[in-house]
Design a protein around this ligand. Sequence first.
Ligand code: F6P
Length: 554
Amino acid sequence: MATHSTAEATSKHLETLKKRKAWRALQAHYKGVRSVHLRTLFAGDPKRGERMTAEAAGIFLDYSKNRVTDETIKLLVQLAEESGLRPRMEAMFGGEKINVTENRAVLHVALRAPKGASILVDGENVVPQVHAVLDRMEDFSKRIRTGEWKGHTGKRIRNVINIGIGGSDLGPVMAYEALKHYSDRGLNLRFVSNVDGTDFAEAVEGLDPSETLFIVSSKTFTTLETMTNAHAARAWLLAGLGGDEKSIARHFVAVSTNAAEVAKFGIDTANMFGFWDWVGGRYSMDSAIGLSTMAAVGAENFRAMLDGFHQMDEHFRATPFERNLPVLMGLLGVWYSDFFGAETVAVLPYEQYLKRFPAYLQQLTMESNGKHVTLEGAEVSYATGPIYWGEPGTNGQHSFYQLIHQGTRLIPCDFIAFAKPLKPLGRHHDMLMANVFAQTEALAFGKTSEQVKAEGTPEWLAPHRVFEGNRPSNTILADRLTPEVLGKLVALYEHSVFTQGVIWQINSFDQWGVELGKVLAQRIVPELESAAEPALSHDSSTNSLIRRYRNLKE
Ligand code: F6P
């Protein structure tokens, strides 16, 4: 149940989205804007590309290549206001239990609050607890990085393997890849998530158990995949170290909110790093779930990342909506999803180190906003969270960009790029950046039939070579991919997701949609494993697939 004040903050805004004045005005406005070409918008306003930009904490957003006018932005901002974005923001930052279906506060912003800040949950300031865990993480990572922490046989730890899934994996993997430039290359970081045994087998391939430390990361410490892999790791370690149970303490640490389950597994709770129920899995990379990140890049870099998150939090909380980066990006997403009917968003980082950023964003955006009922449990009558996908540039250009340029679907794109490369190499970076600018230009302005024909293209070939353009994109530009900038980027998307969730009146912080499959799988496991032919009572397709599998498996 919602707390009294949350209910008050929201109830006023829970009339149907489609009845809002701004929504209705946007519907009318859309009719006038939908066929206006970006060529026309730019031709009519020579300063558009300078004007339709916003900057905060060193992140520059050019949103001029979107199919919007000043009026669109005005109405979208009005929609955010009518939807109660401001009070909802304050409810989140104030520790109210806005995750009503789980009766939890949503306080990832507390994970990066500076020492001395005060954020109350049930009357208790949680910031000192956050910093106490950070200090313990720092102490632990230092011991790993300096070699002071020894394995059971006295050898230095050379390999750190994070076992986790979803938010307990995607954030750590993404951050490790993103910050590899800053990492200690003497430490070999690997990640295991999938219950497919191949994932574990490949992660430990070639490793010496006496030099390997496992971080079992699981908020609940009950997740099937993670616990299965953690038990495999335990067996692998014991087999390699002569079966001595005492070795577990030197080779396993846990990150969890569930001390009882951690102890049951056999990990000393002195080697457990905690977090809290008010940290959602997909919002947890800056909690102790980031232990592997800290081990890889060191505490100073990790804290710089937290500072970046915090700077974006402050910007989100304090800046008027029309200049607020997460709000603008969130609103543009609503504009394309609900008015243009766009079904997906492509995220295209032109930075190889961000190669796992789209995968990370998939959980953040889709587990958050893939909902079909409102906070009050009513069926929505509009589209909610779009599908997020992407690959780093320029690889995507030689693969799926064809469809973005000339296909029949509208795919808004986020281009992410940096002025300075981390690995300067000849002319590479100018070439990379030329491609960013070229792609957004080509998408927006295309190439007309007249232009194509003027190049001497035969009449019959011309239609194939025409680019209709008018394909929208954001360009996000920052100086260089530092830990601080990574924090800002992630927070930018977190708050953009929040903005959209508020407009759509959904709970962006639960994930009931993952439950059914989990429960059914638990029921099916014994049916696959039983020696005797099980009596199956599924539908005919599931029954026969199970029978076929049983016949085929060894
Ligand atoms: O996929 C569902 C989910 O609950 C995610 O939200 C979460 O990140 C993941 O499983 C892992 O959960 P845990 O950290 O509890 O193992």
